[in-house]
Design a protein around this ligand. Structure first.
Ligand code: AMP
Ligand code: MG
Length: 395
């Protein structure tokens, strides 16, 4: 048996970051920036008002209350060159360019809101409620560095510096193929001996949460030739393939039967529970990485968290390593098999305690759905007393 760490190291050694490509901003959410982005202009580009109010000379309102004539109205977007002379005010809106001569904005709340003349109740210092040009970004400043994951705020700053297209590493496209003669599509009736197929739904969802685009390729019966046909068809659109089922020690193991002869996919027993049988390698002329995960629902999901998720991060150009853990204190004793790292389904609470759920079978989907964490018990530990601090993977 090989260790979880060896298996992951092998995967991260094999998987490559996806090549950068230029895309429209609309499609950039969840991609990773592959260039350094700087601003061609200062932001804000011009001095403007931070509030709705009146542009004045601060010295004219120093003795407030005062009343000043209102000589013009400046809306946001008004590009006229305007000048405020001594003893006058202009009504100004948030984001409108400051007129020359004025050095303070009196918020409308401090006035009577007049349009011909305005009564100002309080003085304001020079610079009050004014946004200076370049106070967010100076021209030429780097606003995002290469390798940044693009979220909503990063998209906003890209648009804010005028970018329409951007060079990114795309979201990996991940195709999920389920194998099993016993599998029926949810929504169709179950024949004797059948169960509803669930792994592809879990895995596609997990792919999306990990920043990839997941596609269900449907169900393949336990037949190596049909599996290879489906794999061939799917390779056209995949950056990664995940299969579930068909990798154990029994008969009718189509994934193992089909991929073993290629010589580019290895099948190992990994010292973990659940999820011992694991296949990983590359397929097709483009050497597409393939994860052949075990079929038990809990096993395939845990395998995804431990092996596929870090690989997807590497493909996205993000820092990739073992799935992060937090520490928590057990509220009941735990047991774990010798020589295997176990991942017990558990409920982690905000106070930092963690309790295993009662059913730990690798087929127990509902127990998995009631958990929000995995307790990691090291290979050499078989008994964990209550009150022990353990590593936990939040789900
Ligand atoms: P296998 O790895 O193909 O031997 O499957 C192990 C167990 O997982 C069997 O009980 C299968 O019925 C079950 N299983 C396999 N694939 C799926 C799937 N896609 N959805 C739900 N259960 C599955
Ligand atoms: Mg099977």
């Amino acid at each position: 048996m090989r260790s979880v760490d060896e298996h992951l190291a092998d995967i991260l050694f094999t998987v490559r970051s996806l090549a950068p490509l230029e895309i429209e901003l609309e499609g950039a959410l969840g991609t990773t920036l592959a260039e350094e982005v700087s601003s061609p202009v200062p932001l804000p580009p011009f001095v403007n008002s931070a509030m709705d109010g009146y542009a004045v000379r601060a010295e004219d309102v120093a003795e407030a209350p005062v009343t000043l004539p209102v000589i013009d109205d400046i809306a946001a977007g008004d590009g006229r060159p305007l000048v405020v002379g001594p003893g006058t005010a202009m009504r100004i809106m948030t984001g409108a360019p400051m007129p020359e001569g004025a050095d303070a904005v009196i918020p409308v709340e401090w006035t009577d809101g007049g349009t011909a003349r305005v009564a100002i109740g309080r003085p304001a210092p020079v610079g009050h409620a004014i946004r200076m040009a370049g106070e967010d970004v100076r021209a030429g400043d780097v606003v995002l560095s290469s390798g940044t994951l693009i979220g909503p705020a990063q998209l906003g700053v890209l648009a804010g510096v005028g970018r329409r297209r951007v060079l990114v590493r795309p979201r990996p496209r991940v195709v999920v193929i389920s194998t099993g003669a016993e599998l029926a599509e949810p929504g169709t009736p179950l024949a004797p001996g059948q169960i509803w197929e669930s792994n592809s739904y879990t895995l596609v969802a997990a792919v999306r949460e990990a920043g990839g685009d997941g596609y269900r390729a449907g169900i393949v019966a336990d037949d190596a030739a049909s599996f290879l046909d489906q794999l061939d068809a799917q390779l056209l659109r995949a950056d990664v393939v995940i299969t579930s089922g068909g990798v154990s020690m029994g008969a009718y193991e189509p994934v193992k039967e089909a991929l073993s002869p290629l010589g580019t996919v290895r099948f190992d027993r990994v010292a973990m529970q659940p999820g011992m049988p694991q296949g990983f390698g590359v397929v097709g002329q483009d050497h597409i990485p393939i994860f052949a995960l075990p079929g038990n629902p809990v096993s395939s999901f845990v395998s995804f968290m431990l092996f596929v998720r870090p690989a997807l991060r590497k493909m996205q150009g993000l820092p990739a390593g073992p799935t992060p853990t937090v520490r928590a204190v057990t509220v009941s004793p735990l047991r774990s098999p010798a020589g295997r790292r176990s991942y017990l389904r558990a409920v982690l609470t905000a106070d930092g305690s963690v309790a295993p759920v009662s059913r730990q079978g690798s087929h127990q989907l509902a127990a998995l759905a009631s958990a929000n964490a995995l307790i990691v018990v090291p290979e050499d530990v078989t008994d964990v007393p209550e009150g022990t601090t353990v590593e936990v993977i939040p789900l």
